[in-house]
Design a protein around this ligand. Structure first.
Ligand SMILES: *[C@@H]1O[C@H](CO)[C@@H](O)[C@H](O)[C@H]1NC(C)=O
Length: 262
């Protein structure tokens, strides 16, 4: 019995070492749902383009979609990963996501971007340094939309924290966002991900704080496009628009309605 158990462990170990690194953020995300439907497995089906080695899981969420199309809209909006299938199922939807992990240095991957949060209170300059040290090209979190902020909150929002934010001119600057109206040029921006203990503000609020106030660093960077991540995108687009083709030996995929291979 013990021998068989050890053999199984060995086989699992060999299997894991042969595979591309599994995405710890995706795994955590899937495990959080803890539904009977939840799976976490390596892709294996054969398709027109070579299968990138990635992870897949199906999660079930509370949402009464009328049909699969509506389920797809919901899964797309709240998914952090590539949506491959959406199904309406009574009062729930089941969303199947896939992901190829590209982030390095223990960054979490959400919608193709890499994020990492730190747990030491720092001032803005220190937080900036922390990001630079954590990965080449990483900088303090830059928010491009309220939706991005909602996704981050859904992913990281298990802690009562405020993170430094790099002001982004594209972000809506409503009074709802900037709680402190004072024009202090030295103040820093932070975003709260859940109700803060020290400041009575709601989640997803952007605040301007005095420069002496310390917060946490959340760093981000965009990973370089790889053959694997490109293949995932090509496959996804091909599903909706055009067939996908392997062009040349370098592994370039092209989707086109009027491209005829010779
Ligand atoms: C931030 O921290 C560094 C290192 O502790 C310190 O030298 C600097 O003066 C601080 N900056 C502000 C604005 O408090």
């Amino acid at each position: 019995m013990k021998f068989i158990k050890n053999l199984l462990l060995l086989l699992v170990f060999i299997k894991c070492s042969l595979q591309q690194i599994q995405d710890p953020s995706f795994q955590r995300y899937c495990q959080r749902f803890n539904q009977p439907l939840t799976r976490y497995e390596i892709r294996s089906e054969g398709e027109a383009i070579p299968n990138p080695v990635g992870d897949r899981c199906t999660v079930s969420m509370d949402f009464p979609a009328r049909d699969d199309k509506e389920a797809e809209i919901y899964c797309e909006r709240w998914g952090m990963f590539v949506l491959v299938e959406a199904k309406a199922d009574g009062n729930r939807v089941s969303c199947t996501y896939e992901n190829v992990y590209e982030c390095k240095d223990n960054f979490d991957q959400i919608r193709g971007m890499c994020y990492k949060k730190f747990h030491t209170l720092q001032n803005y300059t220190e937080a900036e340094e922390e990001c630079k040290k954590s990965h080449a090209g990483a900088e303090i979190l830059k928010l491009h939309s309220k939706h991005q902020s909602e996704l981050l909150e859904a992913f990281f929002g298990d802690t009562l924290k405020m993170y430094f934010l790099q002001p982004d001119k594209t972000l809506e600057q409503s009074s709802q966002f900037v709680a402190d109206e004072s024009n202090d040029p030295n103040s820093n921006y932070v975003i709260t991900y859940t109700y803060s203990i020290h400041y009575d503000v709601g989640p997803n609020t952007i605040l301007k704080l005095n420069e002496n106030v310390k917060a946490f660093a959340m760093c981000m960077y965009q990973p370089p496009e790889t053959i694997l991540s490109f293949a995932v995108k090509a496959k996804k687009l091909a599903k909706y628009y055009y067939p996908t083709q392997l062009v040349g030996a370098m592994g370039v995929w092209r989707t086109s309605s009027h491209y005829t291979p010779t």
